[in-house]
Design a protein around this ligand. Structure first.
Ligand code: WTA
Length: 645
């Protein structure tokens, strides 16, 4: 498979960028010609950011799985689509060819049909990283159901909220999942999430760990039984095909929940056609994928990175991807390097947190590992500090592999700002240049473009995007107004990212992190309001305020200031109880790293918590806390400072 739209020189990048901005419709229309359509579009793009409305490839018809699977069958049926590495390195690995993937996805689509799933229905998927997770995702897409994958680390309560928000009737899960030698009982978490739920009719359970589970009569069925039955049905047709449902370009493909600065996580909705074109285009260009390369993205499919760069991007390009069930540090901190050596990985795509964590083990885990197959390295999810960037470059890439620092978001579907491996220049800790079609702009708090450089020669501001790219989210599930207020109401006619950024004289961007009340802990987005709500559910808590602080490995840690009611006893016990509450309500990923008990919080006279002050204290700032004169009780600041952890 050749990619006529692959950018191969810096000059071509500049030309393509110019074309994409001057005439987006003919630029993206030409790229879309490289996909399989049941019917082509009437118009490439309709949009306005005030309504807001975005439509790409209007009235085109397609099914994304025909682009990710069927079209590869003629030329590469026997090529591995997914190479699966189990948590336990002693266990047998599995290789799924495109032919096998086609078979399994068709079978699972048949299973969904047999269980009453129809086009447009929402299917929640809560599984570990097994190939069956990919079959489930693609099976939904084949039948036109909307998948909502929930990361295996979320609690029953988080699942229950998401099931309710999207009115989910069907769930696919596993008995358990293996991660780092531990066995996590996923099915029992689903059972807890379903207490009181009135909409879920069917739970399909894949056997992975053989953990005992309770199967509820009339509701729960085994994956294996269902697949056998579907196999019998499909064998009657000579090609073993489950005809893909014809979808409109703008039909929703999936929902993925992500945290914002207020309230409960929102269901980000992506479309079929635009998302497909965007994930494919960015995959081929950012990583400079060449046919035959082995691509290893270490993310979990429960996050957007896994959706876009384990499933849809690589498969639509006919690539071979490694899917890893486990964690980088088990059984040893050399696990990634073993995998690279074993499968001769060409591209490794991981998170700065993983790099920093592996750095902390020193160079021993790298001894004797053959990393010579590597050609390209990538990072995603959070700003990468220069020290980690250089370690990655020197010890993993041996200074021969370009590093792509890819900035993007759940909402953007795929990379928006990134260098293109070996084609456009890399700059340590800078995401660098925008992808064709992406028009970033830095604005001040009033939404005016900042053009003035400050003393270090950089323009600094809040990062917005001026016009839609094909992978932009189309709505937030069930609440289009929330979509408008979240992304398009802060600044007129702009998509607001929530990030701050610097721009240098060459037009490179450096993302400095969130400027809203969202934390980025180990590359995972967590809203401060969500954590506060969880802490406040503990019976002994009166009030709390949560901020981020710099953390050596996680990038950001969670610092919680908590007021307890007077009767609370032992501090250590209270901390444990609070941590457990947060784990119950959200999941272990949202547990505060530090909990400081205080008797009051700095508030304005109107009762608003001054987080700016709390953030500064958590960051270790002692003097310049800014203006505290508007506080109701300035003395409380001193007390908090004294008790800083
Ligand atoms: C941050 C992950 C700096 C950013 C794909 C963004 C980054 C949030 C980078 C989205 C990067 C992501 N450099 N910061 N290369 N990539 N971020 O939705 O703050 O989980 O807004 O999507 O991660 O996180 P999300």
């Amino acid at each position: 498979m050749a990619y006529p739209y692959q950018i191969t020189s810096l000059e071509q990048y500049h030309n393509d960028y110019k074309k994409s901005v001057e005439d987006p419709e003919s630029f993206w229309g030409a790229i879309a010609e490289n996909f399989e359509w049941r019917k082509k579009w009437d118009k490439v793009l309709n949009w306005n950011f005030t309504e807001p409305k975005v439509e790409w490839f209007a009235n085109a018809r397609l099914n994304i799985t025909e682009n990710c699977i069927d079209r590869h069958l003629k030329t590469m049926a026997d090529k591995p689509a997914i190479i699966w590495e189990p948590d336990n390195p002693e266990e047998r690995t599995r290789t799924v060819t495109y032919a096998r993937l086609h078979k399994r996805v068709c079978q699972f689509a048949q299973v969904l049909k047999n269980n009453g799933v129809k086009k447009g229905d929402r299917v929640c998927i809560y599984m570990g990283m097994v190939p069956e997770l990919a079959y489930a995702v693609l099976g939904c897409a084949r039948i036109g159901a909307i998948h909502s994958v929930i990361f295996g680390g979320f609690s029953a309560q988080s699942i229950a909220d998401r099931l309710e928000d999207a009115n989910v009737e069907f769930i696919v899960t596993c008995d358990g999942a293996y991660r780092g030698g531990k066995d996590i009982s996923l099915k029992s978490i689903i059972d807890d999430a379903l207490i009181g739920n009135k909409t879920v009719k069917r739970v399909i359970v894949y056997t992975r760990t053989r953990t005992p589970v309770s199967m509820i009569k009339g509701r729960d069925v085994w994956w294996e039984d269902e697949m056998l039955h579907a196999e019998d049905q499909l064998e009657l047709n000579a090609t073993f095909n489950f005809p893909a449902e014809e979808m409109d370009a703008e039909d929703p493909l999936f929902i993925l929940y992500t945290s914002g600065s207020t309230g409960k996580p929102k269901g980000v909705v992506h479309s079929s056609a635009g998302y497909m074109v965007w994930t494919n285009y960015t995959f081929v260009n950012v990583f400079q994928y060449k046919p035959g390369d082995v691509f290893f993205c270490t993310a979990d499919i429960g996050w957007i990175t896994g959706h876009s760069y384990i499933v849809y991007g690589p498969l639509s390009a006919g690539a071979t991807g490694v899917m890893f069930e486990g964690i980088p540090t088990w059984p040893t901190a050399g696990r990634f390097w073993d995998i690279v050596e074993k499968y001769k990985v060409n591209t490794l795509y991981t998170a700065p947190t993983a790099i920093r964590s592996l750095m902390s083990y020193g160079l021993d885990p790298l001894k004797g590992k053959d990393l010579s197959s590597l050609k390209v390295l990538g990072t995603v999810g959070e700003p990468i500090n220069e020290e980690a960037w250089h370690w990655y470059d020197e010890h993993i890439g041996k200074k021969k592999c370009p590093i792509v620092d890819t900035w993007w978001q759940t909402e953007t579907g795929g990379c928006l700002i990134s260098n293109l491996a070996g084609v456009t220049p890399a700059k340590p800790s800078w995401a660098s240049l925008p992808m064709p079609g992406v028009q970033p702009i830095l604005v001040d708090e009033h939404g005016h473009e900042v053009t003035q450089k400050d003393e270090d020669g950089l323009v600094k501001g809040n990062l917005c995007i001026k016009a839609p790219w094909p992978g932009i989210l189309r709505t937030t599930y069930g609440d289009h107004e929330r979509y408008r207020t979240n992304y398009f109401a802060t600044y007129e006619n702009l998509y607001f990212t929530g990030d701050g950024a610097f721009k240098d004289a060459e037009g490179n961007f450096r993302i400095t992190g969130r400027v809203d009340d969202v934390l980025n802990v180990s590359g995972h987005r967590i809203g401060t309001a969500e954590v506060e709500n969880a802490i406040n559910m503990h019976a002994g808590v009166v009030e709390s305020a949560v901020v981020g602080f710099p953390h050596e490995v996680k990038g950001q840690g969670i610092y919680a200031y908590v007021i307890m009611n007077q009767k609370h006893g032992d501090d250590e016990q209270s901390k444990k109880d609070i941590l457990q509450t947060v784990t119950r309500v959200i999941g272990a990923i949202a547990k505060p790293d530090k909990i400081q008990f205080v008797t009051g919080l700095p508030k304005t006279r109107s009762g608003k918590i001054m987080r700016r002050i709390l953030r500064k204290i958590a960051e270790g700032e002692t003097k310049n806390l800014g203006d505290t004169t508007t506080l109701l009780d300035p003395a409380v600041v001193e007390e908090i400072q004294k008790g800083k952890l």
